[in-house]
Design a protein around this ligand. Structure first.
Ligand SMILES: Cc1cc2nc3c(=O)[nH]c(=O)nc-3n(C[C@H](O)[C@H](O)[C@H](O)COP(=O)(O)O)c2cc1C
Length: 441
């Protein structure tokens, strides 16, 4: 291993376009900066210029550019790994896990975005080979991009494509200072080089290439960017594990104030309803429905429910001012929430019994299944960073709800669920919410 590593930024004012000769641009830039490539040099290339040279510019779907980029990433993804109102994290078809699938919208023409390179390893190999042909120098090449990391704040550059150097330095089997055998150490050297390259440039600096001199390539078996993509079979975090499930359940809090600027992504709403539909239900029935209230229906329903509520409370002798205060408090959540769902259970498939005891038990069990479905829905919303408030309202005026929404007599409304991004982070729960609740008799 050499003692000294030198990192030279190679800025250029040249903008890259489809079909451009990247090797030519690299060699011109190296010369313009007063360097010459020699054996053992490593050149880090920003994946952005590789994509630009490949012509990987695509038109964004119409609408809000952030949403458009997210939907493009979804369409281009092998899998959605995580989704929250502010970000979509996908596994790309290359296997990289990145925010918005690594799709870049900075420094691209309006209404367009830049996809990741088709095959970053092939791009690294081609650049290395062409440098060898044109200069005779045997260099290593790393195609880099800027990624966030799970569990850590901030981004760092990582290696997407590698040629002429190892991606990993396997230290397993070697001894540590005390002579103990190292069991897991594999240094991600290509990522480390990408990180070093990023230290000498900023995003706006027009520095597509960085030259790293002094990294010891001698005798190292060459690797590829693919070496750095962890196999799903060995990824412990892929499905989260039981503790992640417990944390997700505990994260659900009733949220009554929402950030009106953040829309609820439709795919998240669908995922939450998918989860609701896995709730246990009596004798294989699927009794749950969720009505997503469009603005006009929401307004009409809340107006009619307020009338019914006024009537109930006036009948109880509650003073008019108190009634209006209570309605206003409920309206503050339900009229302003980005989305409101009406959850209901349809008793159509409930079994008929000749006596009220069993009929009531059957109905209760259907309603309980509705509660389980709503819980699932809220947990998934919370896991996606959304908040929800389950408000009783419609359960108290089922006939009004059935009339306004033209629902069958078997439909039993179970309140309303206001959904949106929380205006403030919900308060964490106390450490052991179940203390004292588990009894043995
Ligand atoms: C069936 C049901 C009806 C509820 N109705 C209301 C309601 O009308 N208004 C409200 O603000 N919260 C309502 N909540 C939310 C509870 O107040 C909330 O779950 C409770 O305070 C515990 O807080 P947490 O959900 O953050 O754990 C309801 C909850 C359930 C399960």
């Amino acid at each position: 291993m050499s003692d000294t590593l030198t990192v030279f930024p190679l800025p250029t004012s040249q903008r890259v376009a489809a079909g451009d000769d990247l090797t030519g641009l690299l060699l011109d830039t190296v010369a313009a900066q007063g360097h010459q490539l020699v054996d053992g040099d490593v050149v880090c290339v920003a994946s952005k210029v590789v994509s630009l040279a490949e012509g990987a510019v695509v038109a964004l779907p119409p609408g809000d550019p952030r949403t458009a980029r997210r939907e493009l990433a979804r369409a281009d993804a092998a899998e959605v790994v995580a989704e929250a109102p502010w970000v979509l994290i996908t596994r790309t078809r290359h296997g990289f896990v990145a925010a918005n699938g690594g799709i870049d919208a900075s420094n691209t023409p309006d209404g367009t975005a830049l996809l990741l390179p088709q095959d970053p390893d092939a791009a690294a190999r081609a650049l290395r080979e062409q440098v060898r042909q044109r200069t005779g120098a045997d260099i290593g090449v790393v195609v880099t991009d800027t990624f966030g990391r799970p569990w850590r704040t901030g981004q760092t550059d990582v290696a997407l494509g590698v040629a002429g150097l190892p991606a990993l330095r396997d230290e397993r089997g070697r001894a540590d200072l005390d002579g103990r055998e190292l069991e897991v150490t594999e240094a991600a050297v290509a990522d480390e080089l990408a990180g070093a390259a990023d230290l000498v440039r900023t995003k706006g600096s027009g520095t597509p290439f960085v030259l790293i001199r002094g990294f010891d390539l001698a005798g190292a078996a060459a690797g590829s960017g693919r070496d750095l993509v962890r196999d799903l079979e060995t990824d412990l975090f892929d499905r989260g594990g039981p503790t992640a499930t417990e944390r997700a359940i505990a994260r659900r809090r009733t949220v009554r104030a929402f950030d009106a600027r953040v829309a609820v992504p439709t795919p998240v709403l669908r995922a939450a309803v998918d989860a609701a539909a896995t709730a246990p239900a009596p004798h294989g029935s699927r009794p749950w429905r969720f009505v997503q209230l469009v603005d006009a229906t929401r307004g009409q329903l809340l107006d009619r429910m307020a009338d019914a509520w006024r009537e109930d409370l006036a009948g109880d002798g509650v003073p008019a001012a108190t009634i209006e205060r209570r309605i206003a408090r409920s309206d503050a959540v339900l009229r302003t929430a980005p989305e409101v769902l009406l959850p209901l259970v349809d008793l159509e498939d409930a079994h008929d019994y000749p006596d009220p005891r069993r009929t009531t038990a059957e109905r209760d069990l259907f309603l309980l299944s509705g509660g389980a479905a709503i819980q699932n829905l809220q947990v998934v919303l919370a896991a996606h960073g959304l908040g929800a408030a389950w408000i009783s309202s419609t359960a108290f005026c089922p006939s009004t709800v059935r009339t306004v929404l033209d629902l069958p007599a078997t439909a039993q409304p179970l309140g309303l669920i206001a959904v949106g991004a929380p205006a403030e982070p919900p308060t964490p729960r106390r450490a052991r919410p179940g203390d004292g609740l588990l009894e043995r008799r």
